[in-house]
Design a binder for this molecule. Sequence first.
Ligand code: ZN
Length: 190
Amino acid sequence: MVDILDAFGAASGPERLELVRIGATATMVQFFTRDGDRGRFHWEEDPTVSSYVLCPGIPCPLCFVHEAPTDAHLLPVLAVERKAVGVLMVSLARGPASLGAQLIPHLRDEGIQDKLFLLSRERAKYSVEVHPLGERADRCLGTIKAFTTARDAGLSLLTAFPNLSAQELADVPRVRAKLDALGGWTPPGA
Ligand SMILES: [Zn+2]
């Protein structure tokens, strides 16, 4: 048998991914794999960034001004509304209200692809609601296959984050203000 999508080149997947943002309004996602990436991140609230950014490691300007990074597991999920694969960030911080603690029992479930997840958050308190996937739900199998092909070819889940070097992070206005106030940060290679 031959998959018609292969013949039409639909298997060329995305070059970069988007972060799935979780807020007060529930975000619908479907899980299809447990194969993810790991990273260490800072939340950068400066309006020019307004995103999690990858900690560039020493000499990270954000670590230097005492902003603690968060270790997180990244998992590809199907973002139902966009019908696209996005990246879900699951902090490795534990606790009953954490996203990870609530997802783990479901991620062990062999029938997870038949379930719909509604994820929401009030501050650091996550809610996970699980429903059987509706009969008419679009499982977006072509989209998932294209993602898997791109992933096998080396697509990183880190493409969902701005790729800023230590120097570029130091030049973000909010960070620059803190670095200048504290003094003593040495840019890489200086
Ligand atoms: Zn850092």
